[in-house]
Design a protein around this ligand. Structure first.
Ligand SMILES: Nc1ncnc2c1ncn2[C@@H]1O[C@H](COP(=O)(O)OP(=O)(O)OP(=O)(O)O)[C@@H](O)[C@H]1O
Ligand SMILES: [Mg+2]
Length: 381
């Protein structure tokens, strides 16, 4: 993490300010203490400046004042990371302040390791943000549970994007299954496990050497053969991987799943768009409602997360309007149920656009690709 993090420290106690400043000076990351203050009121002008701090370390003594302060900071600098410090250990406090938008909660006296970890997460968040603004686009297809069409959508999106020109990659970061190998009939010499073993030393030539080419033009980073290994990838490895892959490909599609772990939040942080595939069943809708709400609390709201209804049957008991009411978001797109074509295309290891160019399901996936390109301002290439 090369860029220094600019930090504002708000704490009413002078000896705590000195202690925290000393911890910051000894941090692994270069930290620039841009200002210190006794109260937030004192530094509102600094928040409103042209160069606001990236991180605010905010002492909270009263829960109601804390929630107000967090909200003031986020209104003025929505993309800042707030690290709350407090003597209070009650889970209620932690939950309320995190829900209000704080990124971290550290109890005092501050443990230097915990502060380092929080700053490391902040540094990663800003590095990813910078990457999503400048490099190639990253689209993650994510549903926490399986069987919703995550891989079907990932593979076909990638193949359709590749057919439009530009460089396209597809990455298997799904912790349950390494499905891309079967869906594209690949026989990879290397997989994600090579990246995991190499740790921090991965560079672009190494990354390109472990990707498997597919006849559609897509370069694939396949999931490991070993069960459970993908779940061991660290947030730092994800940051490095996404930074490298963005520098090499104009678009990358990630097949993802599992709980809202630090690993997945890191993937979301590095994604310009998250596609959430969903079947119109009551359990799937209930799960989607809970997950979308929590993703929103983590800063991944409707601007960044798009729900796509898969296996859509127009005469279904549950209609699109019902789903939108339950989820409180618009459905971005629908993909029809198309058992035969999907089954055959998986069996042959061929994306739909190649095997069934005229089928309604291919048409729907091509339209979805078009919507995504518009959303992300990706021109026809
Ligand atoms: N639009 C569709 N019409 C008909 N069948 C579909 C459609 N989309 C996916 N399927 C089928 O649903 C099953 C699950 O799809 P897929 O493997 O893409 O989901 P997944 O979310 O990646 O699941 P997994 O948990 O296995 O990773 C597959 O057998 C596939 O054939
Ligand atoms: Mg899958």
């Amino acid at each position: 993490m090369s860029n220094p993090l600019s930090v504002l420290l708000v704490n009413s106690d002078s000896s705590s300010r000195t202690t925290i400043a000393a911890l910051l000076a000894r941090c692994r990351h270069t930290v620039e203490l841009s200002a210190t203050a006794v109260s937030l009121k004192e530094v509102v002008k600094h928040l409103e400046s042209d160069t606001p701090p990236q991180v605010v370390i905010l002492e909270v003594q009263s829960i109601s004042q804390g929630v107000r302060d967090v909200s003031t900071i986020l209104t003025i600098i929505p993309h800042s990371m707030i690290i709350v410090t407090s003597v209070e250990k009650q889970p209620d406090w932690i939950l309320t302040l995190i829900r209000a938008g704080a990124g971290e909660y550290l109890t005092t006296p501050i443990n230097s390791e915990e502060l380092e970890d929080a700053l490391e997460r902040a540094a990663r968040m800003f590095e990813q943000k910078q990457g999503t603004e400048t490099g190639g686009k990253v689209i993650t297809v994510y549903n926490p549970s399986g069987g919703m069409g995550t891989t079907t959508i990932s593979v076909n999106l990638a193949a359709t994007l590749a057919a439009k020109g530009g460089t396209t990659s597809l990455v298997d970061l799904n912790p349950f299954s390494s499905d891309l190998v079967a869906f594209l009939d690949l026989n990879p010499a290397y997989t994600l496990s090579s990246i995991q073993e190499t740790g921090e030393r991965v560079d672009t030539s190494f990354l390109m050497s472990v990707m498997t080419p597919h006849s559609s033009g897509v370069k694939v980073l396949c999931g490991p053969e070993e069960i459970g290994l993908t779940a061991e990838i660290t947030p730092n490895q994800i940051l490095n991987l996404l930074t490298l892959i963005r520098s090499q490909f104009s678009v990358t599609i990630i097949d993802a799943g599992g709980s809202l772990s630090d690993r997945n939040l890191e993937i979301f942080n590095g994604s310009n768009l998250i596609i959430y595939p969903l079947l119109l069943t009551l359990p799937a809708l209930n799960n989607a409602r809970r997950y979308l709400k929590t993703m929103n609390q983590h800063g991944f709201g409707p601007n960044r997360v798009k729900v796509v209804v898969n296996r859509f049957l127009p005469k279904d008991d549950i209609r699109i309007a019902d789903a939108e009411k339950i989820l409180g978001v618009k459905i971005f797109h629908t993909i029809p149920n198309s058992y035969v074509e999907i089954k055959e295309s998986i069996y042959k290891g061929t994306p739909l656009a190649i095997g069934y160019p005229r089928s309604p399901v291919t048409k729907a996936l091509t339209e979805l690709t078009g919507h995504i390109m518009t959303e992300l301002d990706i021109g026809s290439r």
